[in-house]
Design a protein around this ligand. Structure first.
Ligand code: PHE
Length: 331
């Protein structure tokens, strides 16, 4: 019998009580005249030949009864308080009062442009994937075919973390490797994020900036696909505009190009791109005889400066509300 009562005790204190009415029901069920505890109190009489056992169980039941009473009382108070609060609130809500307008803030111009770019690529099936900002040499450099003596690895360009072999990624291309290592083609991904380079802060350079990486890996992907994709983006983002692909060099693409756009009579560099170098694919055990791909990296700051006719990259990072509030209409 004692074990049965113990189980009832445990079950009771594990119960979830959600409302005052539930509490009342439980009170009746456990403490009521025909309740569970009274049932056991009556049973005690029938225990034969053991006064000690009777006493023990009686004692146990009595203390359980007290515990349950206190517990129920406590919860009753909690529920009543809640109820009062809700009532008070209802009473004081004046729906004719002007709204409690909070200053919602505004999206950062970098986010606005980033989202626009992402939306365009989403339309043609590019998924978003993000990678870590603290990287290691493999993802940031080695897998991407940077030779060991490449200047970008040196202290003046890369922030290396003290006492570890980690670094702050210098570009979002590291995500190409991370994603392709884990997924099988066809792969169509864009990856936005912060990147860091040890550069002097000036009106047009900063140690922190944003890129959007894009890459596409499948059978028979060609340079024509790259051009079509980039042109689709440019047309959707800038409308009709004059662009040029200029041959360039990146360790991880071959051939490589940079895309310039004619803006206020000046050629402005918007992105770097190219066909993913087979060496890179081989580095991550993707058969470059079967698969080919392209990649591109868009600098977001540059485009944001262009679109909003701004001239100082530092404004993006200074959090001056007078600057940031200008972009409110975009929220
Ligand atoms: N990662 C290059 C940079 O930061 C840009 C790039 C990305 C070039 C992808 C080609 C392909 O300059």
């Amino acid at each position: 019998m004692l074990n049965k009562i113990k189980k009832i005790k445990k079950d009771f204190f594990l119960l979830k009580i959600n409302s005052l009415s539930e509490l009342e029901i439980l009170k009746k069920k456990y403490l009521g005249k025909k309740g569970i505890l009274n049932f056991f109190f009556k049973e005690i009489k029938f225990i034969e030949n053991s006064e000690l056992e009777k006493k023990k169980i009686g004692f146990y039941l009595n203390s359980l009864k007290k515990d349950i009473e206190i517990y129920i009382k406590k919860y009753k108070q909690i529920f009543l308080k809640k109820k009062k609060k809700i009532k008070k609130k209802d009473y004081f809500t004046d729906f004719t009062k002007p709204g409690n307008k909070k200053d919602l803030g505004s999206r950062h111009p970098i986010s606005i442009i980033e989202n626009r770019i992402i939306n365009i690529f989403n339309k043609i099936g590019f998924k978003i994937c993000e990678g870590p900002e603290i990287e290691n040499d493999w993802y940031n450099f080695t897998a991407l075919n940077f030779p060991y003596n490449h200047p970008a690895r040196e202290m003046q360009d890369t922030f290396f973390l003290k006492k570890s072999n980690k670094l702050l990624r210098t570009h979002t291309s590291s995500v190409q490797i991370r994603y392709m290592e884990k997924n099988t083609p066809p792969i169509r991904v864009i990856s936005p994020g912060r990147v860091y380079r040890n550069e002097k802060i000036s009106s047009n350079s900063h140690y922190l900036f944003h890129q959007i990486e894009g890459f596409y890996l499948d059978k028979k992907v060609s340079f024509k696909d790259l051009k079509n994709t980039i042109n689709f983006f440019i047309k959707n983002f800038f409308g009709k505009s004059i662009t040029r692909f200029r041959p360039s060099y990146f360790p991880f693409t071959e051939p490589s190009a940079e895309l310039d756009i004619l803006w206020n009579n000046k050629w402005l560099e918007i992105l770097g791109c190219g066909m993913i170098d087979p060496i890179v694919l081989n580095n991550i055990n993707i058969n470059s005889e079967i698969y080919s791909g392209f990649a591109f990296g868009i600098g977001i700051e540059r485009i944001t400066l262009m679109i909003y006719n701004l001239n100082d990259i530092r404004d993006f990072f200074e959090n001056d509300l007078r600057f940031l509030k200008q972009f409110k209409q975009e929220f």
